[in-house]
Ligand binder design. Structure first.
Ligand code: ADP
Length: 540
């Protein structure tokens, strides 16, 4: 399997055959920590002078019918650099009128072609050429993503953009392998199924992994011959515009993919409630997921795929190798500044190894390298914006007030931008807000457990059910936990192992539907049954 194993950046178990890019990031991260003896505060001064990204911003307008155009209202909104809060660019602000224009273009492209009428092989070739162009522009795309989002450049350049390329190749591969069945009916009938595209798909994506969320949605929609209107997150509009331009360079006909930048309650809501949109796929908060479901139901009952919040348990059993478990639990929570829906944000540790684990988790967090995300060796950049920054600091105050022990961190870093110290709480109790609500930041909550039945029950009390991590050497324990946990993904002795072929999605209030893998195609296909008598005379 050629999965890009993010967790192996930390476990060191990466094989060179899997991804040379990720392997080198692992060694870069290790060398920089070792060489500099970095403490978490040592980089604060360096944050004052941000590194200038070496990428040009060419596209800030809406992409409708293959053209970059101003919004109907002529309005723009600023997209900000999370390192400083300064404006990077002013981007056209789409609203309901622009969604109408984009949906009309997508509708025409679907109804009149050529996209759904092309051969599947031709569609596959276009998606495949798109993947080649992404690969060619890997570093510029990564720089744009880091600038707009604040994630470490090495993470973007060596993991996320290569993953985008990989996902597009995966879906290019699917495009000409989608077909129906011949069905053995009980009678003199020839019965077959056609697997057809749904039509115009609306897609609303978040800001934490803008390009991966783009790929998870655009890939299967196009492979199944749908047309698309995408609403990007208002915090991170730039990378989708950049890569969508490449998709047109690869030969995508006008109107097949339209990208509208703008805000949720205006552009997003107009898309979810549009009568000509026949499917909605959304990734974001559970709260917004409910709104989108309601808008879809109240308009034309369009089917909805939702990938929502999480409060994933990371369970460290008493037989675990503690050093490895500490490293992996650290990664599971702090990766991407803690801004992952599947972050291992409830670290359950067996009571026999609890104290040792807490000491080591604290030491590891104190070594975490915070800094300008463009700087080599930096593990943690700024949070996305002031709203998330304030929200995380509020959760930290709530953790202290509710009686959890603040082992390290808890404050901002520097005076500009949205940097927060890696924060570790021990003695966290189940009812505390930091143990129940999604923080979406660099805050690790460590809870103590006594036995497996108890930890299963506690892990499953969360209304969320996105993912879980299990750390044990015992196959029986792993199997027991794996079956009992009510979540969409269980990682055993690994975490955040993502691959184009591995399905991802939630149980309970973490959403429904699966993205990636063969299951993702179901979201973008209708099944038509076609029945005809084997012998016409027999029916008459
Ligand atoms: P977050 O709180 O992390 O920003 P959201 O769920 O609010 O997460 O945002 C995810 C995506 O949903 C973004 O593209 C955002 O613009 C969009 N969105 C937010 N509110 C609405 C809404 N009422 N209707 C449709 N889309 C929305």
């Amino acid at each position: 399997m050629t999965s890009l194993r993010l967790s192996s950046l930390l476990s060191g178990s990466f094989s060179a055959a899997s991804s040379t890019a990720a392997t080198s990031l692992f060694s870069l991260g290790r060398n920089s920590n070792r060489g500099r003896g970095v403490s978490r505060f040592s980089t604060a001064a360096a944050l004052e002078v941000p590194i200038t990204p070496s990428v040009q911003i060419n596209h800030t307008k809406l992409l409708i019918n293959g053209q970059f155009v101003d919004s109907a209202s002529g309005k723009t909104f600023p997209t900000l650099d999370p390192r400083t809060g300064d404006v990077i660019a002013h981007v056209s602000e789409g609203d309901a009128e622009d969604i109408n224009r984009a949906v009309a273009a997508a509708r025409k492209a679907f109804d009149e072609g050529p996209w759904p009428k092309m051969t599947a092989y031709e569609r596959s070739r276009i998606i495949s050429r798109f993947a080649d162009l992404i690969e060619k522009h890997n570093d510029e795309i990564a720089a744009l993503e880091t600038w707009d989002n604040g994630k470490p450049y090495e993470q973007a350049a060596k993991i996320e953009v290569p993953m985008l390329t990989r996902l597009m190749r995966y879906y290019a591969g699917w495009a000409d392998k989608i077909h129906g069945l011949t069905v053995p009916a009980d009678g003199p009938y020839h019965v077959q199924t056609l697997h057809e595209p749904i039509g115009v798909a609306g897609q609303i994506i978040p800001w934490n992994f803008p390009l991966l969320m783009y790929a998870w949605k655009v890939g299967p929609a196009l492979a199944c011959a749908n047309t698309v209107v995408m609403k990007t997150a208002e915090q991170t509009p730039l990378s989708a515009l950049y890569v969508s331009n490449l998709l047109h360079e690869a030969g995508l006909p006008p109107g097949v993919l339209n990208v509208v930048s703008g805000y949720g309650p205006t552009a997003g809501a107009a898309l979810a409630s549009h009568m000509d949109v026949e499917k909605i796929a959304f990734t974001g908060s559970t709260e917004t997921g409910k709104i989108i479901s309601e808008l879809a139901a109240k308009s034309n009952l369009k089917p909805v795929t939702l990938e929502l919040g999480g409060k994933s348990a990371f369970i460290v059993c008493e037989d675990a190798d503690i050093d490895q478990a500490v490293e992996l639990a650290h990664f599971a929570l702090f990766f991407n500044q803690g801004q992952c829906c599947c972050a291992g944000s409830r670290t359950f540790v067996h009571e026999r190894v609890y104290d040792e684990f807490v000491e080591k988790a604290k030491a590891r967090a104190m070594k975490r390298v915070i800094g300008d995300p463009f700087k080599s060796g930096v593990e943690q950049g700024p949070q996305i914006d002031s709203e998330q920054f304030e929200k995380i600091l509020k959760y930290i105050r709530s953790g202290i007030e509710s009686g959890a022990t603040l082992e390290t961190g808890g404050e901002r870093v520097g005076t500009k931008g949205f940097y927060i110290q890696p924060t570790v709480f021990s003695n966290v109790q189940d009812g505390m807000k930091i143990a129940t609500e999604e923080i979406f930041g660099p805050v690790q909550s460590i809870l103590k457990f006594k036995n497996l039945d108890e930890v299963i029950k506690r892990a499953n009390t969360s209304p969320y059910g996105l993912a879980a991590g299990v750390f044990t050497k015992d196959i029986g324990t792993a199997n027991n936990l794996m079956r009992a946990l009510r979540v969409g993904t269980v990682w055993i002795n690994c975490f955040d192992t993502f691959d184009a072929a591995i399905p991802f999605g939630g149980y309970k209030m973490s959403g429904h539907g699966r993205e990636k893998g063969i299951y993702s195609l179901n979201n973008y296909l209708q099944v038509k049954a076609v029945v005809s008598p084997v012998d016409n005379a027999a029916w008459l």
